[in-house]
Design a protein around this ligand. Structure first.
Ligand code: ARG
Length: 460
């Protein structure tokens, strides 16, 4: 049986039920590489403080390197009696170094260790997440550049509203993912604080150098308050907010792909490699990736909620409740690690039925706003222009014709302002080309938008 880190004052071993409940080893071993890096930095600080001599430091660093290698090679078995990653690695050190292994714990506690390890883990994985987001942005942009002039019915309330370009719609999703990318960068600046040196909660009486350790581990600074250092989990909450928001954005994109690939829309056809079939209906081609993008947003939001509720009312400083911080954030990062490449592949490979889109763009009287704007340019107050155009739409609906098909005398009978010249604005191309102001859907404005997106991604 493995020695606990805290056995001294106890007369016997823990009950099995306690051991099983208390152990985090089943999920926190993934912190091992970070724990070992932090241990090396701590060994150096003990050496500088005169608490390890040269040869002790040497042996300590060698053993830590060996441990790092055997963990990486999956050759370091652990069991529930190891309790957690910190206990397991101290056992590994003792096995290699004998009593010297027991020196490393001076001036630190699992409380500042775990807070440091988790920050390192999160910062590392946030970078991986950012690069997967960039891949998705690239996939959306690669489709967008081909459809700067492809009209689609822009929708509100899922009804035809005004024509837009397909590029513009895809880039609306890109804008959301770009904000997520920027959120990750902002988050990292706040997460770059090292708790190591906070000890259990009160700091240390040993001459440690937390700022130097922080710098060695890639942090910008060390905790300004040791109690905050060991009990602050804002960095996890914030990261879970960002991952939940990415989940929301993926769910909205996923929902649109489900609609676009339905036979009713028929806007896009998913590549065979990114769609699934049905076990009973041979004709089916299902957008599972898009549905999972929609479905997995539930657990991403749930993980954020889980941690918020765990932290609520928790007194300072460390409490075992804090052990519950890890599984939600591991799950959210794992989920996005799986989801993002699949969504990127689905988007990059889908084929777009540009002619179907273009054909349906003017349907549902989506050019009605053009008539109203045309009247406004002729001095008609918008309020009246809106009324007149409404009457035009009603007449078309009654006659079963499209806006441009209405006869001259029909137009004239609705309003004296309506002449046959209005038909000039009743083309999708005209409606799109006219939308040139920054942020608009016209091809010119979209080309500018594409260039700006390129700048924002490469500045990351
Ligand atoms: N496994 C623990 C966690 O994840 C490590 C810290 C334990 N600290 C303690 N005082 N028992 O939070």
């Amino acid at each position: 049986t493995v020695a606990k880190l805290w056995g001294g004052r106890f007369s016997g071993g823990p009950a099995q039920a306690l051991e099983e409940l208390n152990a985090s080893i089943s999920f926190d071993m993934r912190l091992a590489p970070y724990d070992l890096l932090a241990s090396k930095a701590h060994a150096r600080v003990l050496h500088r403080a005169g608490l390890l001599d040269d040869s002790e430091l040497d042996r300590m660093l060698t053993a830590l390197t060996e441990l790092t290698e055997s963990v990486a090679a999956d050759e370091f078995p652990v069991s529930v009696s190891d309790e957690d990653v910190h206990t397991a690695l101290e056992r590994g050190l003792l096995e290699r170094l004998g009593p010297l292994g027991g020196k490393l714990r001076a001036g630190r506690s699992r409380n500042d260790q775990v807070a440091t390890d988790l920050r390192m883990y999160c910062r590392d994985h946030a970078r991986g997440l950012a690069s997967r987001l960039v891949d998705l942005i690239d996939a959306l942009v690669s489709q967008a550049v081909q459809h700067v002039e492809t009209p689609v019915p822009g929708m509100t309330h899922l009804q035809h509203a005004q024509p837009v370009t397909f590029a513009h719609q895809l880039l609306a999703h890109v804008q959301a993912f770009l904000r997520d990318l920027e959120r990750l960068r902002d988050w990292d600046a706040r997460a770059a604080v090292s708790p190591l040196g906070s000890g259990a909660l009160a700091g240390s009486s040993l001459p440690l150098d937390p700022a130097r350790v922080a710098a060695e581990l890639g942090f910008e600074s060390s905790s300004a308050n040791s109690m905050d250092g060991v009990s602050d989990r804002d960095f996890v909450v914030e990261l879970l907010f960002v991952t939940a928001t990415i989940g929301l954005h993926l769910s909205r994109l996923g929902e649109e792909v489900v609609l676009w690939s339905s036979s009713e829309f028929n806007w896009v056809v998913l590549d065979d490699a990114y769609a699934t079939g049905s076990s009973i209906m041979p004709q089916k081609k299902n957008p599972d990736i898009a549905e999972l993008a929609r479905g997995k947003s539930g657990r991403l939001v749930g993980n954020l909620t889980t941690l918020l509720v765990t932290l609520k009312s928790l007194p300072l400083a460390y409490n075992k409740d804090l052990q519950e911080d890890k599984e939600p954030v591991f799950d959210s990062l794992d989920t996005l690690e799986l989801l993002l490449p699949a969504v990127s592949g689905m988007i990059a490979t889908m084929s777009v039925n540009a002619s179907v889109m273009a054909e349906s763009a003017p349907r549902g009287f989506s050019l009605a706003t053009e008539i109203a704007d045309w009247l406004v340019r002729r001095g008609v107050p918008f309020r009246d222009a809106h009324e007149i155009t409404g009457a035009v739409v009603a007449r078309c609906a009654a006659k079963g014709v499209e806006l441009h098909e209405l006869a001259d005398d029909d137009l004239a009978s609705i309003s004296e302002h309506l002449t046959s010249a209005v038909r000039e604005v009743l083309t999708v191309e005209g409606a799109l080309a006219g939308r040139t102001t920054p942020g608009s859907t016209g091809p010119k404005a979209v080309t500018t938008q594409l260039a700006d997106i390129g700048d924002r991604v490469s500045h990351w």
